[in-house]
Design a protein around this ligand. Sequence first.
Ligand SMILES: [Ca+2]
Ligand SMILES: [Ca+2]
Ligand SMILES: [Ca+2]
Ligand SMILES: [Ca+2]
Length: 308
Amino acid sequence: MYLAAYLFLMNNIIRSSAYIFFFIILFYSCSGSGDDDTDIVPAEPLMDQYTKENDSIVEFMKTHFYNYEDFNSLSSNSSVELSIDTIAGDNLDKTPIFDQVSTLTINLIDENDELVPHNMYYVINREGSGANPSVADSVFVSYKGLTLGNTSFDNRKNPIWLDNTSTVRGFGEFSSLLKRGDISTNTNGTYEFNNFGIGFVIMPSALGYYENGTLSLSAYSPLIFQINLHTLNITDHDSDGINTIDEDLDGDHIFINDDTDSDNIPNYRDRDDDGDGILTKDEYDVDGDGVPDDSDGDGIPDYLDNDE
Ligand SMILES: [Ca+2]
Ligand SMILES: [Ca+2]
Ligand SMILES: [Ca+2]
Ligand SMILES: [Ca+2]
């Protein structure tokens, strides 16, 4: 399975009835082999599912260790592949993952519009040397995806570009905690990355694929991703002069729910954000002082104001 291709279904399903509609269409079109008796099983309630999964993640972290000793001797231009095993037998003296992780909490909204904080647990083995990507940026990454049962469901040894707005939520959130590496060019013209960020994260399924199982992944699987963040690209998806991260007006890290002119094109894809017929790039900062213009002084910048 290819992570980027799976898009952002999880966020959409929880957030937007419009996208629930979209997903149902997709579901029917995928299963459309003439079987009209197929029922759609409603997704599990988010709060119950989270509680259950968080318990198993915590239990997993207390009973397992990772190959942390291998990360002590990292060379600057390479990584070490994450491997996880049970604390037992010869490994009884190993430090459990539970004692080594930090926690990042992501707030999701459930089917009743209630806030359900979701913990992700992570280890950063090497911070990286440059800037962090945002959750809106594109990242050049190699990665490995594991289940708690130690099945590898997705694996990229050679780095590829992924758009953080299109990966599963937890992947983008965690990659934004890592920093990019330095690029050096060798005498033969090839280039390599040095001191890039390396780490892994363990997340509940609502930050992954939730009820969407695949051939290699069962529904409601908590996920483990090891990510090597080689470099990044700051994105402006609609080329309107405003970076995508700055088009998330409510700052919730979800980009499809900011739509100033309610034309069903979210701002990060909309070249005329307020729908007044003037392109955002032509009214954002006409005087070039680096501050968005506000002609009528009403506190709403012109590019979001259709009556300035
Ligand atoms: Ca938003
Ligand atoms: Ca825009
Ligand atoms: Ca406009
Ligand atoms: Ca305007």
